[in-house]
Ligand binder design. Sequence first.
Ligand code: FMN
Ligand code: SF4
Length: 423
Amino acid sequence: MEKILLKNIDKPEAYKLDNYVTNGGYVAVQKALKMEPDQIIQTVKDSNLRGRGGAGFPAGLKWSFIPKDPTIQKYLCCNADEGEPGTFKDRAIMDKDPHLLLEGMMITCYAIGASVGYVYIRGEFEYGAAKLEDAITEAYEKGYLGSNIFGSDFSLDLYVHRGAGAYICGEETALLESLEGGRGQPRKKPPFPALAGLYAKPTVINNVETLGCIPAIIEKGPEWFAAIGPEKSPGTRICGVSGHVKKPGLYELPMGVPLRELIYDHCGGMRGSKPIKAVIPGGVSAPMLIEADLDTPMDFDSMAAKGTMLGSSAVMVMEEGTCMVKVAYITSRFFSHESCGKCTPCREGTSWQTKVLHRMEHGEGRPGDVELLESLCDNIFGRTFCPLGDGAVMALRGALKHFREEFVYHVEHKKCMVGSDDE
Ligand SMILES: Cc1cc2nc3c(=O)[nH]c(=O)nc-3n(C[C@H](O)[C@H](O)[C@H](O)COP(=O)(O)O)c2cc1C
Ligand code: SF4
């Protein structure tokens, strides 16, 4: 299968501009600059590209919400926060092939009429930030950024902005707050960023992987892209696989590949002799699946039909013997730590979830604790200001749905049912 996003990452020094050009780069942007902006938006709509940041919103449709008035300043923000546990796909593009992202941003900015774009990169990604800075410098030196890029009428400035290590800053409006220098907390929607985003101006926010698909769509056409994978979720997807498989890592595959094929054919199967106990298919917010669900295709709609999410396609595979109370505790601790504190159900609820799970996990569970956890879930879900609180509930509900008896056993016997000592 032809790769779109990871096609260059194993090539030597692919991060250098000259090598990117040798590998066929910066052809698409020159083609795009000869098209009308609306034609590009229509091309991306026709490709059916859906956002790779988690929600799967159609990219071309999002771009079309940006007002056309040329006198209004517009912005593009690339969401490179990548804070969802288990997710490590965007950093591969930024570390190894940063010009792919820059080219995707150039085309997007031209299409939506933005003269300024930012890459909001997770604070911990020091290496990737440096690689992007170097790539931007190279692009300015060549005239690919700045005034009249590639000799066209279009001028563009791109900047890298490093976050400070908060998961909530991956939520698009918290990202904007942080980019403006404020405290990273979500904003009320509406207004949506397409109308009032960065500095209250129309703003598109897209994930790194989403933007990385744009050059190929322009170069090869929307029909080519739309023909890869399922009709409603086309294209390829970078699956970041971790956990108890033989070959964890990044796999770019057509959207819709079943989990079983990903795990057994591409990742070499399980590392030991134990069967699969559970799989988290899209980052820790996505409810876990079990062995019986392994034939589910990895696409947005099939995962939703199974009651979970494709999310960031961070696939975490757990073998038989993994303690689900421990998994739930570690996950809950993450959400509680990362809760921004703006709304009570999430701030207090995730903290209580963690306290109850901590005592259960440490042999101090009390009668009624499982029911207490379920009641906490009911009181958080759907009552929070942003989806982080829902994510905490979905993760815990997923574990309780399939493995409730393990939680009960921890309370009744003050120890683990599966005897796992594996973190
Ligand atoms: C708590 C939280 C964290 C998020 N983290 C990220 C992230 O790290 N990267 C990302 O692209 N989207 C993240 N999102 C989704 C963004 O809000 C937004 O939907 C996305 O950046 C839009 O880009 P896309 O349309 O290209 O997917 C997060 C959402 C929430 C609620
Ligand atoms: S749900 Fe959590 S992270 Fe989101 S606004 Fe409320 S407290 Fe902040």
